[in-house]
Design a protein. Structure first.
Length: 172
């Protein structure tokens, strides 16, 4: 039998679940911005080096920030999906999937489950959340979070290059 938890952890999971749809829209928007930046980077191949280099570096820095944000948003979404997939009952998984992943209203959730009054799935949802441990925070990773620039060797997350700094006063 599961142990009851403080209501505070239920609130934190509810916040994270409610943010799922917003994260999905943010990912879509960031991908569009990345495509636009990539187009701009391709067009900037012509021109004088004095003009192109600073603009290219600024565009690349923006691109890296977007990539890092995409990684963070996707990690948040995967955490929510894993939380739902770990639920012990099929009906619970359906309630949470319909409500958060599909964006249904409570009335639509109730109808999809076979015509329950909307308070039934909502109560089951609330009872389950009260039994859960608080979610672990998803940590942001990457050189840009640490305030590093391209000149310091910042690269896209996971590329392996520029992931550490050379100690000052030493040579390689």
């Amino acid at each position: 039998m599961q142990r009851k938890r403080r209501n505070g952890s239920a609130k934190r999971w509810a916040d994270r679940l409610a943010e799922y749809r917003t994260l999905s829209r943010e990912i879509r928007h960031d991908r569009e911005r990345l495509a636009h930046l990539s187009d701009m980077l391709q067009r900037e191949r012509e021109g004088t080096p004095e003009r192109v280099l600073p603009l290219r570096e600024a565009l690349e820095f923006s691109r890296l920030r977007l990539v890092e944000n995409l990684h963070h948003c996707m990690a948040e979404m995967e955490e929510v999906q894993a939380f739902i997939n770990r639920m012990p009952e099929s009906e619970l998984r359906r309630i949470f999937t319909l409500r958060y992943l599909e964006g249904y209203t409570w009335q639509k959730v109730a109808l999809a489950l076979g015509g329950y009054d909307e308070s039934a799935p909502r109560k089951k949802h609330d009872r389950y959340l009260r039994t859960q441990d608080p979610p672990r925070p998803v940590k942001r990773r990457g050189a840009l979070r640490e305030g590093r620039s391209l000149a310091d060797g910042a690269t896209t997350p996971g590329s392996g290059r520029g992931s550490h700094r050379k100690p000052s006063g030493t040579s390689r």
